[in-house]
Design a binder for this molecule. Structure first.
Ligand code: ADP
Length: 273
């Protein structure tokens, strides 16, 4: 869990760098102003986390991020009594702290969390906007600034893990995908010091690798991996080596598939260069 400091008011340049793919900034702002929780779905590494970081800073709210996992319980979110000396002392969990502070609470990969977490999420995500803290007997009313945001990757979901309709229907939902080529090129230029020609080549590579999804790969090369690849090349790595380390090996463990990906890379890099 990390709580980031309040953003100082200032221009966009002080905000975490984020290039919008559509109207998501306006929609998120509306949702925040009208106290609606937001769900963001999309493949890994396509900008979901960066978007939330940008929005929290833009709205001047602290951000509490929780990476959900299959052992995460309601108590992990709400808090628990911990032994102190002879007795015990109550410790707020990240969700409780976010409600008290009027923060934006971001539950990343929420479908991973234990089902008992819905018990605390439901009363917070309808018009009651309350968090019952059973163990202390408190019922916290969320201030208007508080917002709950959840994300998940629909590609990973199995039937057991899908979000229940009764939970899903409490959120305004945004679908994210890998950015369009011209936006992805601008992201690579904004995130690294590479030149336009290289950014163009890497984006083209990303497109070719994504076209293989469903055939040999579970997931296509993410924008995050393209940024990694650009960073390696910028740091002096040879192009093919950087591609293998940042675009091929993270995507597959199967040697034949890795060879096939390298062939796609060679073919894409060879064309027109
Ligand atoms: P996700 O949360 O979807 O897994 P992230 O938000 O962590 O992905 O994005 C991974 C990386 O990709 C970011 O650290 C950033 O470098 C880059 N990135 C992706 N989309 C954008 C965007 N729209 N604007 C700026 N950077 C982006």
């Amino acid at each position: 869990m990390s709580i980031q400091p309040l953003a100082r008011p200032g221009g966009d340049s002080e905000l975490p760098f984020y290039l919008p793919q559509g109207n998501e900034i306006t929609l998120f702002e509306h949702a925040w102003r009208h106290q609606l929780p937001v769900m963001i779905k999309g493949p890994t590494g396509c900008g979901k986390t960066r978007f939330i970081e940008h929005m929290a800073a833009r709205l001047g709210r602290p951000l509490a991020t929780v990476a959900c996992h299959d052992d995460l319980t309601a108590a992990d979110l709400v808090g628990r009594h911990l032994i102190k000396g002879e007795g015990t002392e109550w410790h707020d969990g990240p969700l409780t702290r976010a409600v008290r502070e009027g923060a934006i609470c971001y539950l990343d990969e929420v479908v991973e969390a234990r089902k008992d977490t819905t018990v605390v999420l439901h009363p917070l995500t309808d018009d009651r906007r309350i968090l019952p803290v059973e163990r202390t007997g408190e019922t916290l009313e969320a201030p208007p600034e508080f917002m709950l945001v959840v994300s998940f990757n629909p590609g990973y979901q199995n039937l057991l893990k899908g979000m229940k309709p009764s939970t899903r229907q409490r959120f305004v939902a945004l679908r994210f995908d890998y950015p369009a080529p011209e936006i992805e090129r601008a992201i690579l230029l904004g995130e690294t010091g590479i030149d336009e020609a290289l950014a163009e080549r890497l984006v083209r590579l990303g497109q070719s690798l994504r076209a293989l999804k469903d055939h040999d790969l579970e997931e296509g090369a993410s924008t995050r991996l393209l940024v990694y690849c650009a960073t390696l090349i910028e740091g002096g790595f040879e192009m093919r080596e950087a591609c293998r380390a940042a675009l091929v090996e993270p995507l597959t463990d199967d040697e034949e598939t890795a060879d096939a990906l390298m062939e796609v890379i060679d073919a894409t890099l060879g064309s027109g260069h």
